[in-house]
Design a binder for this molecule. Structure first.
Ligand SMILES: [Fe+2]
Length: 288
């Protein structure tokens, strides 16, 4: 990883930018990208990255999990992260390398990619904040259980194929308000799965050259195809997303005190008042 990365300009072309502008920030959508290979994203480079990242930035486990498994029931795969990635074709595993921006060459890659779309997203959701990158390395047929994430996210498929099924963000049928509130007050991101949900999701097929935009807190689950998979997730927060998150936390605070709060509005609605209330409570140390 000491070699300087050679970046490919225009990973996102004009057509992708038009697609992204049309869907951001509320609609999940498959987008085109031009990053087919990169020296920082080979299996060997990723195995080395896994070995140098701090332990808290690495999560990996067997890949053949049921879609609705509870986080506390996920077992270990019994291997090191380096071996898990190098042998991903046959290690029957799922691994994520978190906050790759901790390493300067990966931070440069992340900033370069986000820089290509920054004007589009900032025009809608305000300043681009907290850029973070995640790399998913998965064995054939690996499953990522049903969950949601707090970031605006574009997942670029680099190797192998995936099917991601997404559900509307902010629809309480797929993630109850209490689950959102618990998450923003420190709970886990996995959600309660019900078999009846599947028919109501949107199923997206990802192959190398395709990416998907996933809205903030839109529930989803993922299944890898018959070959091992590498995906790069580039994420950011925004004025809008932090307000939504803080409004959820404030609602949780209210609910604990016997109030049944109204869910935050989704874009283009803002949640400034509740977010401000939460930030004041936090500053005053009254959030326990
Ligand atoms: Fe996710």
């Amino acid at each position: 990883m000491s070699a300087k990365a050679s970046f490919q300009p225009q990973v996102f072309g004009a057509e992708m930018r038009r697609q992204f502008d049309a869907c951001y920030p509320e609609q999940a959508r498959v987008l085109d990208h031009n990053m087919v290979s990169h020296e920082l994203l080979t299996l060997d480079a990723l195995a080395r990255l896994g070995e140098v990242l701090p332990e808290k930035s690495i999560e990996y486990n067997p890949g053949d999990l049921p879609v609705g498994i509870k986080p506390e029931h996920v077992p270990s795969n019994g291997m090191t992260i380096g071996d898990t990635i190098r042998m991903i074709d046959r290690s029957a595993s799922w691994a994520v390398l978190k906050n790759i921006e901790q390493m300067p060459e990966y931070e440069e890659l992340l900033r370069s990619l986000l820089g290509e779309i920054r004007p589009i997203l900032e025009a809608k959701t305000g300043k681009m904040l907290k850029p973070q990158g995640f790399i998913f390395v998965s064995s054939p047929d690996a499953v990522t259980p049903y969950h949601f994430d707090p970031e605006h996210n574009i997942l670029l498929q680099l190797r192998g194929e995936k099917w991601m099924t997404t559900f509307p963000a902010g629809d309480a049928r797929f993630a109850a308000d209490e689950i959102h509130e618990g998450y923003h007050l420190g709970g886990h991101r996995n959600l309660v799965w019900r078999e009846g949900f599947e028919a109501e999701g949107s199923r997206h097929h990802l192959t190398p050259g395709k990416a998907i935009f996933v809205p903030v807190m839109a529930p989803h689950h993922v299944k890898v195809g018959g070959e091992s998979s590498i995906s790069l997730s580039i994420t950011w927060r925004s004025d809008w997303s932090f307000e939504e998150a803080d409004a959820r936390a404030f609602n949780g605070w209210l609910r604990k005190r016997g109030v049944t709060p109204r869910a935050p509005g989704r874009f283009p609605a803002r949640n400034k008042a509740k977010a401000l209330a939460w930030r004041v409570l936090r500053k005053l140390g009254m959030i326990g």
